[in-house]
Design a protein around this ligand. Sequence first.
Ligand code: PEP
Ligand code: MG
Length: 889
Amino acid sequence: PKYVYEFAEGNKDLKDLLGGKGANLAEMTNLGLPVPPGFTITTEACRHYLEHGTMPPGLDAEIEEKLAALEAKMGKRLGQPDDPLLVSVRSGAKFSMPGMMETVLNIGLNDDSVKGLAAQSGNERFAWDSYRRLIQMFGKTVLGIDGELFEEAIDVLKAGKGVTSDLDLNADDLAGLVETFKDIVREETGAEFPTDPREQMRLAIEAVFQSWNAPRAVLYRRQERIPGGLGTAVNICSMVFGNLGMDSGTGVAFTRDPATGQQGVYGDYLQNAQGEDVVAGIRNTVPLSELERIDPKSYAELLSIMEKLETHYRDLCDIEFTIERGKLWMLQTRVGKRTAAAAFRIANQLVDQGLITLEEAVGRVTGDQLAQLMFPRFDEKAERDRLGRGMNASPGAAVGRAVFDSYTAIKWSRSGEAVILCRRETNPDDLEGMIAARGILTSRGGKTSHAAVVARGMGKTCVCGAEELDIDTKNRRMVAADGRVVEEGDVISIDGTTGEVFLGEVPVVASPVVRYFEGELDPDSAEADELVRAVHRFMQYADAARRMDVRANADTPEDAARARRMGAQGIGLCRTEHMFLGDRRTLVERLILADTDKEREEALAALLPLQREDFTGIFEAMDGLPVTVRLLDPPLHEFLPDITELSVRVAVAEARGEEHEGDLRLLQAVHRLHEQNPMLGLRGVRLGLVVPGLFTMQVRAIAEAAAERIRQGGRPRPEIMIPLVGTVQELEIIRDEAVQVMREVGEAHGVELDFPIGTMIELPRAALTAGQIAESAEFFSFGTNDLTQTTWGFSRDDVEASFFSNYLEKGVFGVSPFESLDVDGVGRLVRIAAEEGRATRPGLKLGVCGEHGGDPASVHFFHEVGLDYVSCSPFRVPVARLEAGRAAA
Ligand code: PEP
Ligand code: MG
């Protein structure tokens, strides 16, 4: 295979091979934009390296050939002593992983060529500064030396001279620093800093390959669900310099505001700076608009390039650029990350501008983003004590205790505390702390700083660059401009939408998007903003496009009503277990303790009217729409007191000589019903078969409630669902009883009751014998919670707390199979059951009611296997509607 592509040989669609950065550099080159010449080593070469630990055969020769071409084009050789070509070696995977992998700049400098660079640039300080940066970056990323050692050496030098800024170090100082850095390299590695430019380049390429598997990169991929096997490309690019003086600089730009979606010029610029200075947020930048004053010609050119890019990519682009002595160079572009709100607004605007179709627009917004827009926000009417303000880097309302390092953030959040991670700036090592925190606050860096970019990617609230707050990580405190102090552990509130920081807890209110879904906010009214209008527009499109219905899991009339407002087309799972708790517990205890048929029948008779009422309310709320009532599922012991507590109570009463007959009977029952493995025990249909009259009482309550609703003029549409069926015989027995009860109730009320009776498919055996089960089932609903549990043999109640974090760390899976459906295993069972069920009973109604019904990726799978509906919690209903529409579009 061909491992190396000149920029001009690629294009934006080759991201798999050239990585995002390489593909877009190629695209810009071919658009005629000013890109410094260079070439890209493919991800395929990286995969070979990661697999075999060696460079693929032929790669070296190809690199040589492309380098020779580059040297010919630039008219100078890599590291040529009197006029060196210098290159950057940058990582660039298919999916952007900001700051996670390595980059080395200024490759090609050594003791000879530094002099050539000084002579050619006429700037000796610049040459030495570039050289010390090379050793520093190379030392840290390629040689694995602790970066602090270099930083300390700079601090010592500055302290010795009595200066505070790097800019106060002159050429001689920097030349001295180069020697110090070389000493550090020798001491730390036992070898000299490699001065051969070719060797520098080769080692840097290898380091970039290796950085694919750096712990922070692995963690980031898991977070973002980026597959671990892709590998990174490497871009070798001729250097241009933003640090040649005040007529040079480097910056980042967006064609629209990535936080709000507003059109305009957004970005940060830093004069006399190189490379990552802007992204790292090390020095404070100026807003991009200032560039108009600093360098009007470059500014105008940049604007026209930005317009060109946005029209070409038909989307928001972000850009990295450098100005070298008044000449603009494009270093990178890509379709930029954005917040959820910006995603909806931008897609909406692009439709209005005629750049994309409505279908494309709906394809560009996701259910996860919609879910983010439904989070509550701070109540503007509440009293608020403002500490300061920064930039609105990633929206949301976060409240938590201030912590000043990632370790504490992780520790405290593990013990259940909500924390806000407060840092001067963040770097990739803070990733775990950022994940643990509710929100992130920094005092330095712009909207393109590491903290901002990563937080936006995670959908986490972030305020950055709050300069008025002096964040003192050493002493674990932060001081506001007015002198007030926030100590570690004090509660603060940060608003990522406005950039404000408040002392104490600010109350939150519902988001306008939720108010829209609840029917409280008319999208055509003046009160509705562009975001609500965009959501409305896309939802209408998705609803028209989708094939699957969306139902809700709800088991109270209130939840049912809310679900209906949110667009649910029925209830896919009405669990009945909560109806046996609370006040009714004693009745359930009586049922369980019953020694005789008479006692049991009395207990059931007492429960019947209560159950009936439950259903009447739900049928009323869902009038005209199907309501799938699932008969009792959990093991009976769950309705009895805790075994230890009860034992203590009995023992105490005994010791005191008090009456304890009742408790003693109860304790015996608890012992009798105790199971080692209750999830695999007496539950679901098994209860219905073992406890006489239990399921028939429930069916009677459903039938009577329905009869009553019919009498009131309603249109109840119950569906009776039997849980945990493993074989058709179980279903047949319950079904015959249920049909009998319905007939009795119907005759008694003078109405025809013929509600569908179906089953959950939540055991592998049920899925594998679905063809037989379909003979007795009028519908299937996949219980993917239990189906996941029993397919994997994972206890759904235990594994997340016990070993899943370990599994996730080791990459056994990228996301818990309880969260997102395991398509290969559990999904295969779903597919088999769907096909074989429908082979027996064409048109068999198929749905899913496990948690996966509201998970975007899973919704796409359910669409693809042909389910009729998904059912999820009321708040996920809009998410499922959108994703079902996207799946069908
Ligand atoms: C399931 O198992 O997926 C299901 C919906 O039922 P429950 O969660 O109540 O066991
Ligand atoms: Mg279940």
